[in-house]
Design a protein. Structure first.
Length: 147
């Protein structure tokens, strides 16, 4: 019996433990940030919270499917022009490069670009925040600006 391949690949970007204080102590839950993509120009970012990591990841994948962004790729699998995105303190710059240069990007940008099917890209995180979620959201904002 052969299982069918899922439509999207997924990668967990970040898992954080969150706490809320209630009478009698603290309640812990988990926040998972997941990137999903089909390597053909569709990519989504989802953030889910759950009592355990598996539930949070599952929720994040479902939310990621609702937030799909279509990336207009050129023939050489890069973006058509330079674009900047900003969310909170996170700022990112995405630039197209010539064929064969590869993904010159770090952290969340690299994961999003890879799952989105971008083969050649130069990217820089301009903001000072190390927050992966905000940097990922800034990248998605930049990709949404592409037409």
């Amino acid at each position: 019996m052969e299982r069918e391949r899922p439509e999207f690949d997924q990668k967990v970007l970040d898992v954080r433990r969150t706490t809320r204080v209630v009478a009698g102590g603290r309640r812990f839950s988990f926040r998972a940030t997941v990137v999903i993509g089909d390597h053909k120009g569709r990519v989504g970012l989802g953030v889910g919270k759950g009592v355990d990591v598996a539930a949070a990841v599952e929720k994040a994948v479902l939310l990621g499917k609702k937030e799909i962004v279509y990336i207009p790729l050129t023939k050489t699998k890069t973006i058509p022009y330079a674009v900047e995105g900003k969310v909170s303190a996170a700022r990112v710059l995405l630039k197209p490069v010539r064929e064969g240069r590869g993904l010159v990007a770090g952290g969340p940008i690299r994961v999003i670009a890879d799952l989105g099917g971008i083969k050649d890209l130069s990217a820089k995180i301009l903001g000072r925040t190390p927050n992966k979620l905000n940097n990922a959201q800034a990248t998605m904002t930049a990709l949404r600006k592409l037409k």
